[in-house]
Ligand binder design. Sequence first.
Ligand code: FAD
Length: 654
Amino acid sequence: MNDLLPPAGQAFADLEESGTFDLAVIGAGPAGMAAAATAAEQGLHVALIDAGRQLGGQYFRHPAPGLTADWLPKLYHGWQQFEQLVTRVETAAGIEVRFGHQVWAIEKFGAVDRSEDVPGFRVLTDRGPIEAPAVILATGAYERVVPFPGWDLPGVFTAGGAQALLKGNLVLPGRRVVVAGTGPLLLPVAAGLAAAGAKVLGLYEANTIRGYAKNPLPLLSNPTKLAEGLDYARQFTRARIPVHTGRMVIEAHGTDTLEAVVTARPDGTDPQRIPCDTLAIGYGLAPQIDLALTLGAAPTHLTDGTIGLRVNTTQRTTIPGLYAAGETAGVAGAETALLEGEIAGLAVAQVAARAWARRLASRTAGGGVAPGTDSSARAVSDESSGVAGPAGPAGTGTGRTSGGSPSRTTEDKPAGPITARAIAAARARVSRRTPEDAAEAADSTNRLAAARARLTRRAPDDGADAAGSTNRLAAARARLTRRPEPSAATPPSPPPLSLASPSAEATAAATTPATLTTPASPAVPTTPANLANLLRRRTRQRALADLLRARHPIPAAWREHLADDTIVCRCEEVPAKAIAEATGDLGAGDARTVKLLTRAGMGWCQGRVCGYAVACLAGGTEPASDADLLAAASRPLARPVPLGVLAEQDRRNK
Ligand SMILES: Cc1cc2nc3c(=O)[nH]c(=O)nc-3n(C[C@H](O)[C@H](O)[C@H](O)COP(=O)(O)OP(=O)(O)OC[C@H]3O[C@@H](n4cnc5c(N)ncnc54)[C@H](O)[C@@H]3O)c2cc1C
């Protein structure tokens, strides 16, 4: 066995990839980009890690440079916002972008900075570990589907899969398409397919939309989303896409490939056969949170049977130092992801600023953290910062929630917003100066300059000049630790972002209402001063996400349409009959036992595709029990990883 493994150190042979940072952000979608840019603008040294090769995540997925189509701009809302965000990521000094890095686990360890004994995280990637005292998990979501007879025929796609072909490869999955399932994702998928030239024969939404009229407030208080909805309505009218509600696909027919689907009411009545060559089907999204669950972060069970991470008002999970932004805190869309990235980025910067203030004070006092200093810094979080301090509570426990912002707890409510003044006050306490003096130094463009300047016994402005806007914390860090300053990071240039020829861009500008393009302006660096505004907007958007979740559950009747030979787990080819035998004859009563008996969920996707269905079938309830859903969402290894990488990690840990 050992002969098969590379010699010690060889598995990470190309290891410029490891490193130590102030913050590791996992996921370069809207949430991760916003988090990394915000934290770096506040002076942190940030690793932005993504398995993919480009910035943007799912929402801003775009084709490789050189590929273009005149319809492509029609697939995006807020592209301008993305371009601004890319500029921020590119220009913020201190961000190192690590593309092509699969994060397979995170572990806690004693000290990220051995000279100072700061506890931290080791982010394990297939190209080496990355260490940081704080991690923001922005790994997005994956699609939820349920099986039905014929769903494994060529021509049947997940809704997001069909969209990914379009956005990433400019490829149409077929010509005559049915879009079905439930939830808002179906709208851009149908509109995008039509814009790219497919004939969309119909959108079949399994739920009705009557509930929106009963509770219109969340929609009305999110005008951007309302405008997006109206824009889709216009596009559907133009492309003549009929929308049917209260109907679902119960069968797909075909010999070698898809030839038709049967739609019906969820109870199977009123069946209609629709000839088509493509089905794009999706039943919503589930947060991708396995990395945090393995670390022990508390989940929150949402009403639609998905599980998000329980976070406090600053996006911190129940594990100090571990934050979740965007879909990982419950699916809520790209706009919320952007906001939450900014909030989490600010929160981490604030905690870092306090840590540096403490270290500064201990240094001034001649070594060791003075007890009074620590409590002074902690007082910021109690009084005004809104950030639970490094040891502060983030709320514990789980529970299915039914309303409000599901993953947030009232006990986490901050005493007030994070403000530059609050930092200044903390700094002033630490340095025994008045808050007013310190506030002057802590201007919004360079908050740590004052601390840095004191460290070097120079005036705050000198300190700011010396460090410049390109390397804010590095100078202080290097002086404190007496190590050479890391050179200013040079993030790799992302691919050119022009989506299309100038004419296509002009088309986009003409077809996209102004209200849709810039709901928030990430071009403007987020500062503690506008945190209150961010929090207010997040509350509004989370309320809408709650409403959407409640209005678009998977209809429980999906199970009644299964045939014995319907494949449930596609990786391991486990049919419904095998699961019925496990739960019937063999007496399995939970998802884990069904998995052990049938191998359902043991394949390449580790239950991402079949996990929800197996959990429901195992327990016989809809949605499945919290325990079964949690079992389906947990994966000790979040990504497949070569044995050599595991062995190398083992050697490093010894
Ligand atoms: C298939 C799909 C299609 C969607 N289409 C739309 C749409 O058309 N319109 C819409 O409004 N919303 C859409 N959404 C929802 C939308 O993606 C989100 O609202 C938004 O992108 C969330 O941003 P995020 O930053 O939280 O996550 P994402 O944008 O999903 O970004 C997550 C990033 O994390 C990376 N990542 C995940 N796990 C790892 C790991 N272990 N190691 C390294 N990197 C990792 C991924 O590569 C990805 O780049 C879609 C979602 C999905 C899953």
